[in-house]
Each structure stands twice: as C-alpha cells, then as structure tokens.
Design a protein around this ligand. Structure first.
Ligand code: SAM
Ligand code: SF4
Length: 348
C-alpha cells in the first residue's frame, strides 16, 4: 500500500501536495459532492423507497455549516464542488449557497445535478450566483415512460423547458444523466445519442447501481456501458477521448465533428476506483469517503459543539484516510454487492 510520501513525491502533484487529503491507497481528494437535502419532488424507482422518511430540519446542515466544511476542505485540495440531493432545487435559497461556495478561496467551480423540474424558474439565478456546470437527469424522452420512471405526471416538457433555459442562461457544461435499466428505457439509447448528436450536449449513460430505495436492483437489470457504446456505435462513428485523472465516465465524441458528446459511467462493470478523487457530505452532516461503503463519519456534532477548524480538518483527514478501496476491489474479491443506502440520501 503506498504511503503518504509516495503520493507527495509524485510528479503529477508537484510540490503542493503536503496538505492534501489522502487515503491509505494513495488517492487524494479534489472534488466534494454535497447532498443539500434528502427531500425530492420526484420518486424515481431506482432511487427512492416507496415511503421515504425525511430527515427533520434540525438535523440538516445549514448553508453556513456546509460553507464552513467546504472552506476547510479547500485548504486540503478540494477544488470542485457539486451540489446534489435529494433534489437540490427544492431547498429554498440554494442559489445563495452557490454564491457562498464560489466565493471561497481555492474553490474553482460549483456545479449541480438536478432533476430539472424547477430549472426553468431557477436557471438564471443559479448562473448569476456563480454556478458553472449543470447536469440534468433525464431518463426517458417518452412522456409515459418518463412518468413511470420518475413517479411524476406531465413533467417531461417542464424538464425539457428547464434544459433550454439552462442553455439560454449560459450554464455550461450542460450534461444529461440517463440511468439505463434493462427492459425499461434501454430501447431509447439511440434516441439519447441523437439528442447528443443534434442537441450539442453531453449525454451520460449511467449503469444502474444497487442504491434503489425499493431494493429491486439485480445484476440482470444493469445495462453495461460496453453494450451502450456498441449500440450508439451502430449508428454513429465515435472517437474515444483520453481519460483525465479522476474522471467518472468514459467519453466519446462524434467522428464527424458534431459538438455533442457521449459518456458512460460504468460503476458496475468497469469502475475507476484507482484514481477516485471524491469525498461526499450528506445533508445530515455525515462524511462518506466511498459511495459503495457503509462507512460514514458524523461531522455535524463537531460543527455544533464549538470544535475548532483545525480539529475538524484533522477529523476529515482521519475519515478520508480510512476510505475503502472501492467497488473495483469488491468485484475482484467477488464480494456480493448489496444495497448500501438509497441514492436520494447521498446524491449520486
Ligand atoms: N435529484 C437530482 C437528480 O435526480 O439529478 C440529484 C440527486 S440524484 C440521487 C443524483 C444522480 O443519481 C441522478 O443523475 C440520478 O439519476 C442518479 N441515480 C439515482 N439512483 C441511481 C441508481 N440506483 N443508480 C445509478 N444512478 C442513480
Ligand atoms: Fe429525486 Fe433525483 Fe432520486 Fe429521482 S434520482 S428520486 S429526482 S433524488
């Protein structure tokens, strides 16, 4: 197992590595994903339990608490923050949090993943408060299937309007996330590819992970990234793009120069745990170093009992050092993958 000094000596990190947040496998954290609420106005079947039990308001971190943790993490190398949920846009005033986070020293970009239902109203304010990228989840282009997957009624047009508004407001990069499940929306892969090809957006197909609230997940429902790419390549010539350190997806552009891109997030078949550079903060103040591990570390009590910043930094260091090796190693060891927590409590 590499030690801290191996990582510090690496050319890639140069001399600036001494204060980085490191784990025991030699990885460092550069990205923070914050779940700002566990609540949601949708009921996607691969995410929510039938009867969700929400956190009570007092146990949810305030914007000031989230900003404080982010500021401390920024001193340890965190550069990019993604706001997620539940649905981040149902939390009142979330654009104010965007403003607070973009103002922090060291933070280079704040982005958001949303279901898009409230995007039409919020896109402009998000942009004005400094949001850079936006990812909109869109799992079907057919109204009935969309309604079935998301547990909503008549929402598809509203979400498509939201995507147009985000584009008009200049929120960039604009990405579409599509969780593909077999027998459900896998017949729409080429429709989504066409959306990327003609619509100048990045469409990212996500393999179905075992974090559904209903616990219906099984291997047979996962459509692999490989299968998805083969399907897209049956119609479009694709060029594989070089992967950057920490990327979660395999990326492809269209050979004929069309501006859109395709990505596949292959967490269930070919994960990239070896250079995972993410740390997660749940709405209730639990720090989660690895999405596939049950390990969580309660920061909220420290934030609320007068603990000083340097002690919080040291707590975060210890928590991140214990980050598990990840799903790749579980798969190699043939550990059975189980439901860890519903996705709406962690934000993806
Ligand atoms: N509500 C927002 C949304 O839907 O975009 C943000 C939160 S959602 C939990 C974050 C991302 O996780 C979304 O792109 C969603 O589609 C994805 N997701 C939810 N459940 C999933 C699952 N079981 N497997 C893979 N991705 C999932
Ligand atoms: Fe809500 Fe997003 Fe989960 Fe769908 S995936 S239920 S929109 S949190």
């Amino acid at each position: 197992m590499p030690g801290i000094s191996d990582v510090q000596d690496s050319n890639r990190l140069g001399g600036a590595a001494s204060n980085l947040l490191l784990d025991s496998f030699g990885r460092y954290a550069a990205k923070l994903r914050v779940s700002v609420t566990d609540r949601c106005n949708f009921r996607c079947h691969f995410c929510m339990p039938d009867k969700p039990v929400w956190l009570d308001e007092r146990s949810v971190l305030s914007f000031e608490e989230i900003a404080r943790v982010t500021a401390i993490l920024a001193t340890m190398g965190i550069r990019r923050v993604r706001l997620s949920g539940g649905e981040p846009l149902v939390r009142p005033g979330v654009e104010g949090l965007v403003r607070m986070l973009t103002a922090l020293e060291g933070i280079e970009a704040v982005s958001m993943t949303t279901n898009g239902a409230l995007l039409k109203e919020k896109a402009k304010a998000l942009k004005e408060n400094g949001l850079s990228g936006i990812t909109v989840s869109l799992h079907s282009l057919r109204p009935e299937m969309y309604a079935q997957i998301t547990g909503t009624k008549n929402m598809l047009d509203r979400v498509l309007d939201g995507i147009r508004e985000a584009k008009a407001a200049g929120l960039f990069p604009l990405k579409i996330n599509c969780v593909v499940t077999r027998g459900c929306n896998d017949s729409e892969i080429l429709d989504f590819a066409m959306l990327a090809y003609e619509g100048d957006v990045t469409v990212r197909f996500i393999e179905y992970m075992p974090f559904d609230g209903t616990k219906f997940w099984e291997r047979g429902l996962v459509v692999s990234g490989r299968e998805i790419v083969e399907k897209v390549a049956s119609r479009y010539d694709l060029v594989h793009l070089e992967r950057q350190y920490g990327d979660t997806s395999r990326k492809y552009r269209f050979k004929d120069g069309s501006k859109g891109e395709i990505g596949v997030i292959t967490s269930m078949t070919e994960p990239f745990c070896g250079d995972c550079d993410r740390i997660r903060l749940k709405a209730d103040g639990k720090v989660v170093p690895c999405l596939f591990s049950t390990d969580e570390y309660d920061l909220r009590s420290l934030l609320r009992n007068g603990t000083a910043d340097d002690e919080i930094a040291s707590f975060l260091r210890k928590a991140f050092w214990l980050k598990s090796e990840g799903v790749e190693s579980m798969m190699k060891r043939k550990v059975e993958l189980k439901h860890v927590r519903p996705m709406h409590t962690i934000g993806g």
